[in-house]
Design a protein. Sequence first.
Length: 213
Amino acid sequence: MINKFDSVLLAQKKFIYHYKNMRWAKGRHETYLCFVVKRRVGPNSLSFDFGHLRNRSGCHVELLFLRYLEAGALCPGLWGYGTPDSVGLCYSVTWFCSWSPCSDCSYRLAQFLSQTPNLRLRIYVSRLYFCDLEDSSAREGLRMLQRAGVQITVMNYEDYFYCWQTFVACRQRVFKAWDGLHQNSVQLARKLKDILQPGEAEDWRDAFELLGL
DNA sequence: ATTTTCAAT
């Protein structure tokens, strides 16, 4: 279960470098995905697996995660075949990604999830990937994911703190926020809200138009 | 004001 990942825990410097939520995140030509898998059988919900992944050789990290799922590695019995025990088996996956998914990954994730109603996915993101233009396909992809039942959230201080405790070789060192963490998170959360509630933004545009602004 | 982005050299 462990060998397929780089290592179980992420180095402190790596975590900070890749998850820093500054607006100009120069040179981050890698994306990290920290995940927790929980498994529910009947009334019992238990943490089942956790770890982190990094994109590899032209494959976005989300698709790598999907590959593991399809291989039955992370959520065994997800499709109900296999043992009789797997009937009524539910998984919930929470992941924390340094970038939000691109449009293609969003599309493929949504497609995958439509075939696995017993899998719940929650996505936390540190930065928004190619979401500056209002009509960007990445934005549309995020809305598609939302329609597919995925909860998408911008990471805040508590989320970074949790990740530090859970996925990083922190050696009991307490997570120390970088400059602007909170401010950037608030700003990105506002932006994501605009992306996921396009109706409201349009209403504003209409209002401005009516006022001749 | 402008800067970047799951690289490509």
